[in-house]
Design a protein around this ligand. Sequence first.
Ligand code: SAH
Length: 569
Amino acid sequence: MSTTPLNAPAIVILGKGALATARRIQQLYPQALIYGLAGRVEDVDRRYSEFGATLRQLYQQDTPIIALCAAGIVIRTLAPVLLEKGVEPPVLAVAEDGSAVVPLLGGLGGVNVMAREIAASLNTAAAITTSGELRFGTCLLNPPAGYALGDLELGKRFVSDLLSGESVRVEGAAPWLAQAQLPEDDQAQLAIHVGYAEREPSDHELLIYPRNVLVAVSGDLADLADTVKAALHDSRIAVQALGCLLASKAEMANPALHAAADALGVPLRFTTAGTPADMTRQVLPQLLPPLTPAAGIAIAVAPQPLEVEQIGCARGRLAVIGLGPGATDFMIPAVKAELARANDVLGYETYVRMAGPFRADQVLHCTDNREEMLRARHAFELAAEGRSVVVVSSGDPGVFAMAAAVLEALHESDNPDWHRVDLHILPGVSASLATAALAGAPLGHDFCVMSLSDNLKPWEIIEKRLDLACQADLALAFYNPISRSRPWQLGRALEIVRQHRSPETPVTLGRDVGRPAQTLRVITLGELRPEHVDMRTMVLVGSSLTCVFPRTNGESWVYTPRWYGAKPT
Ligand code: SAH
């Protein structure tokens, strides 16, 4: 009975010596990613530079951690974040050679289950130290997916009573306990009670609720979450047994429905419109007629915990994300989470590769860089089917990239299914900002961002904007400065800039910033030639106040002061 953790585990290694064991564990959890220390081990899914920061971030993101190193290192590293309330993913230390598996944290997140699974795959034994688990062969406080524990504190007391030698009865269907070694006795005072009915908590019972109750609602009900709770209570059904909220597809984007599902802690699924009773019959036709305790509500009880993925469909999700310039350290955590939940990933092949690695179940749709509108429409088609879709851009998706194309496609569409998709734009570090940071602060004062590509705008407007931006003495950031099909444009643009700026004006050239081939050059406007630049280069031209001074490594710092005119005293 494995409790599948929500997030794919991270297998963290410090050196090459652990790679073989890491790969064996990855075979057990194919979705897991191997994290390796940069410089020490290359052939991994993710490289990190700081062990401590990486481990703490994974922990705080609720990612199960399998660290192939000494338990002490893991304990010391995570100690500062342990006192914070919040998530506690499973954390295990595994000996580099696979000879020992030590579950450390996350008893309620199934760490012992994972420890046993890993130990079995490595032909060793897990160092289980949880007494209840040792004695009974299962963690009673961690029922499998589809079941909810009534109360953790009462539960802990119940387990210590059991450990002190009491016997126990099992009431109701608890298939996962079949293999457990419980001191069972039909006459026992203590009982494990599994059922969906409301029940008063008691010291003598461990209450476990199957999540087998489906509630269909119409979204116009007032105080939806409270109304659902009241309807369940009136029907003597425990709110913990609620497995899923169901509503009509037409109401997919209704915020009140999503707020209610969040408040109740259950997923929200959708089906064709109808009365609530009709809706439950559509998704669970084999059940008896539902209860209808109030207008706008129907309650259906299934014999087993609900299989939520089989009930109607989810609201589709579309996220347009920015990868940042390249290095994963510069990618915001929300983007990493979005990539992890994606069913489909769309984008220009280079960027899709950069966003990986992906799991076998994730579908990649790589397209040519110029097919932006087709890609945007394809993304909506997939999301409208209820899938979780990611469109990738490099840098920031709103800077000469996919976000505007996706919004344009939506704006042009009168398909209600597209408009109901849960659409998010997640920012990234744009190339101009990543390049500026490498050089110092060349964009430290007002600046102007331009694409020099005349593919989607007339060249005249580019010349006009350049001229005006130069007149305004703005620092300039040029995207798409040159390409094979646009060979002369940069030269012409520089002619315009030179009419306004002196030849000493600092120019920063960042190429492949944040990627393995990164280069940074600081030259002057007088020296700048189109040959210095290609389509993977970011060009930052200073204002009249931008200055340069040497740094200790032989290169230079560039900055544009925060003030303008005379330096404030
Ligand atoms: N959305 C991207 C920009 C796309 S336009 C962003 O916000 O960064 C493509 C242009 O961006 C390229 O021609 C180049 O000028 C610049 N660029 C993108 N990534 C870069 C990188 N890693 N290093 C330098 N320039 C880059």
